[in-house]
Design a protein around this ligand. Sequence first.
Ligand code: RFL
Ligand code: PHB
Length: 397
Amino acid sequence: MTPPVETLRTDVVIIGAGPAGMLLSHLLAVDGVASIVVETRSADYVAARIRAGILEHSTVELLRQHGLADRLGREGDEHRGIYLTWPEEKHHLDFVDLTGRSVWVYGQTEVQKDLVAAREADDQQVLYECGDVALHDLETERPAVELVHDGRRVRIEGRVVAGCDGSFGPSRASVPSGVQQTWEKVYPYSWLGILADVAPSTDELIYAWHPDGFAMHSMRSESVSRLYVQVPNGTPVEEWSDDRIWEALAVRLGHGRHGWELTPGPITEKSVLPMRSYVQTPMRHGALFLAGDSAHIVPPTGAKGLNLAVADVALLAPALVDLVRKKDVRRADSYSDDALRRVWRCTHFSWWMTTMLHTSPDPFEAQLQLSQLRWVTSSEAGRTGLAENYAGLPIGF
Ligand code: RFL
Ligand code: PHB
């Protein structure tokens, strides 16, 4: 390989310009720690990816504390709770009454725009459309990331490398196989998700158990709805016409029951999302620190992925500030254990919501799911447990 033509130096080399990477660069800058962010995709591609929709209480608090929530406050929608429904019943769980904590509907695309705007205002260096991104010298005090940018080979040296490159990036694989441990569960179903240009038919999200399969009604704004139906793994999106999707949603969400109606509208986006749980430990190896989807994936039923990425960064940023500015390694040394406590809690909650709500062909399991749903909705302890986890535990719980 030809040697790098250009060497850049910084405190923290951040791989990935998604929410984890951009938030980390912001929090580091607030405390005077420099970073360079590298990203394989273009800025437009990263900004347009449609993903998460729910921000938990601590995520919103953190964004507010750092001046990143002005638009969220104006355009986001605060929700007190969610609905849980199955053919015979529909219940509202009020998280504010149960735990004093709410959640916000504000798309990840919007969070990403706000983060990019804040970093641009601060002249953050972000190298988009990088190729051949590779991590080097992670077990030394001068780790580096090498890449190709604008046709030139670049080497970026830092004090540490933050792997915020999601589930397909090179960071997680840079932890030697003898050191890393992984846990994975692949679920036997996927979500078919749609975006539709129609006002939401509900004031708060509906999670529905149904013998035909799970369905969910979420939203992005007063005029845009986001809905999902459970489909078998490997389902080609073409098998689901717009009419078939709306019919399945109407049946599963309970159109016509309890006076509730689902209003269909033009579908603008359609995609199939497989579901899996994945955790890789430790979240730190030498000078490499993992945050967000690079270390863990959760199925979306608990609305935790983005929130977990934010929580990781909330722990990692002060740890790196101590390390870089004060040479105090204590928080860096405990980062992996500290972050993993929450990661495993959210991994369990996401698995629990997923297995409670997705219909399996086993009639015995279906009865257990319904029993669990009746308990969760009728017992104060059951409701509070779900609310506490969904609205989110404090960052350092
Ligand atoms: P991201 O957002 O994947 O960003 C990683 C970035 O790294 C880049 N990258 C590289 N950069 C440089 N070099 C390389 N070699 C690279 N390889 C990759 C990628 O291009 C990308 O820009 O990870 P991050 O920052 O950790 O953020 C995690 C969240 O994006 C993710 O957890 C959530 O979107 C998950 N999720 C949800 N989370 C919630 O909290 N609430 C939800 O309601 C929710 N719904 C969802 C979701 C994810 C979904 N999909 C499609 C995965 C709904 C969906 C449909
Ligand atoms: C979404 O709005 O995309 C969304 C909301 C809640 C979830 C998953 C996805 O649990």
